[in-house]
Design a protein around this ligand. Structure first.
Ligand code: GLV
Length: 390
């Protein structure tokens, strides 16, 4: 096992082991990728305050997210096609999350199905729902999530139409990959990935195949979303889904204080400040930069999580110090998954927890649950983080 010192180590291995098409799918933002880049670079504009001579024994990264205990306030974000990054990828990631004690979110666009995850884990997981035109599909997905004992429904609001990611078009992204000569040649250079993939039957969209009617063009994400996703989604339809689900509801993809206020008044248990990892509206402000104004708009009425750009425990600390109740990570765990399957996801979580813990020690904080906005003296925040749309 190689020595893993940071998330970037996993990314390097991931880049060597996974076919180009899936690496690019993960490592892309839309259009110019400005928002994708700034999600991450804006974290480095926040600085930490060094504190000494504070008893640092008895530290704990534990906390809660939507009322459930977590080993650290870091949940796994829903990621489409994770089962193409590694054979049975969603099962592997869910098992790693369960053993670690953090929530796993299964994407509607996953390769393994809701039932697959339920069969391979004991801990309840979160299910992410995209609202499709086909209400029958939405109804049955909600019922399937209920039957699988999912503890929250994560409704993604920022992808009713797909932002263009140039590399996916150039690579002809599909699941499973088409057996063209360039794809075959590339897969031949990834023997571990290819062997593992040959050993599973899960190679297309497990939540959709056999569950949705008239989905013809599913291997092409762009055509599929254009055909199936409901462009009429509005707060009325969201209310219907909220009432039908009746359980804990997390609204993901909010990057504006006005939307955040509506979501909080709407009774969401949590919102996720997110611009879909910079994969949708290119030019949107980074999620960490929007976090303070969203928090002000929400005014404690709902929990506020954030995703986009988190690559370390230091980033988690910064988000919590700004006032987030929790964080979600996507790419960091995908790097681990593609690098070494379940062990790689565990490695990613381990790295982040260790970094968070050491950062807590060196900033004089013993409990992650205490890193809050009221303790904002732990960080120095650029002025423009207060949010131009506040
Ligand atoms: C799907 O959620 C994607 O960003 O591709």
């Amino acid at each position: 096992m190689p020595v893993i010192t940071c998330i970037d180590d996993l990314k390097q291995i991931y880049g060597r082991r996974v076919p180009r098409m899936f690496y690019d799918y993960c490592e892309s933002g839309s259009y110019t990728e400005q928002t994708f880049r700034e999600n991450n670079s804006d974290f480095s504009r926040i600085r930490l305050r060094q504190k000494v001579a504070v008893d640092m024994t008895g530290r704990s990264t534990a906390g809660t997210m939507i009322g459930g205990p977590v080993a650290m306030p870091v949940a796994l974000s829903p990621i489409g096609l994770a089962g193409m990054q590694w054979a049975d990828g969603e099962i592997k990631a869910a098992r790693a999350a369960e053993a670690f004690g953090v929530p796993f979110t299964l994407s509607t666009m996953s390769i393994c199905s809701i039932e697959d995850i339920a069969a391979h884990t004991k801990a309840p997981f979160w299910f992410q729902l995209y609202v499709m035109r086909d209400e029958g599909f939405v109804d049955s997905a909600i019922e399937r999530a209920r039957k699988a004992g999912c503890s929250a429904l994560v409704l993604t609001l920022d992808l009713q139409i797909l932002g263009q990611r140039h590399k996916d078009l150039k690579n002809g992204l599909s699941a499973p990959p088409r057996l063209t000569l360039p794809n075959i040649l590339n897969m031949m250079t990834k023997p571990q990935w290819s062997m593992a993939m040959l050993g599973t039957r899960r190679r297309s969209f497990g939540n959709i195949v056999g569950h949705a009617k008239g989905v013809d063009n599913m291997s092409s994400l762009m055509s599929w979303t254009n055909e199936q996703f409901d462009p009429q989604l509005d707060w009325k339809k969201i209310a219907r889904i909220r009432d039908q689900w009746g359980g804990k509801l997390i609204l993901k993809g909010i990057n504006d204080p006005e939307d955040a206020k509506i979501a909080a008044d709407f009774g969401a248990d949590a919102i996720v400040v997110s611009n879909h990892g910079g994969r949708q509206l290119d030019g949107a402000l980074s999620s960490i930069r929007m976090l303070p104004s969203v928090l002000r708009a929400v005014d404690g009425k709902t929990e506020v999580f954030i995703d986009g750009g988190i690559r370390s425990g230091q980033d988690v600390f910064k988000a919590l110090a700004l006032g987030a109740n929790g964080t979600m990570i996507g790419r960091p765990y995908i790097y681990g998954l593609g690098a070494m399957g379940q062990a790689g996801v565990t490695a990613a979580l381990t790295v982040i927890r260790k970094e968070l813990d050491i950062t807590m020690a060196l900033t004089g904080v013993r409990q992650a649950a205490e890193i809050s906005r009221s303790n904002q003296r732990h960080i120095l925040v650029p002025k423009d983080f207060e949010g131009e749309w506040a």
